[in-house]
Design a protein. Structure first.
Length: 58
């Protein structure tokens, strides 16, 4: 991880992980937590402008 992009990725990962832990500890079903995690990761990928087809410009 280099620079601000790596830091942003780390913050996003920790936010999704902590959200999942909080939801599980609150009694939410694990299936619902996985749906929330997938939704958050999809939103983050859209915000970053990444496509899911695998054709990256890196």
């Amino acid at each position: 991880m280099r620079g601000p992009r790596g830091r942003t990725d780390l913050v996003a990962f920790l936010a999704v992980l902590s959200t999942g832990v909080i939801l599980v500890l609150s009694g939410v079903a694990p299936e619902a937590v996985s749906i929330v995690a997938i939704g958050l990761s999809t939103l983050y990928a859209a915000w970053r402008g990444e496509s899911s087809s695998g054709d990256r410009d890196a």
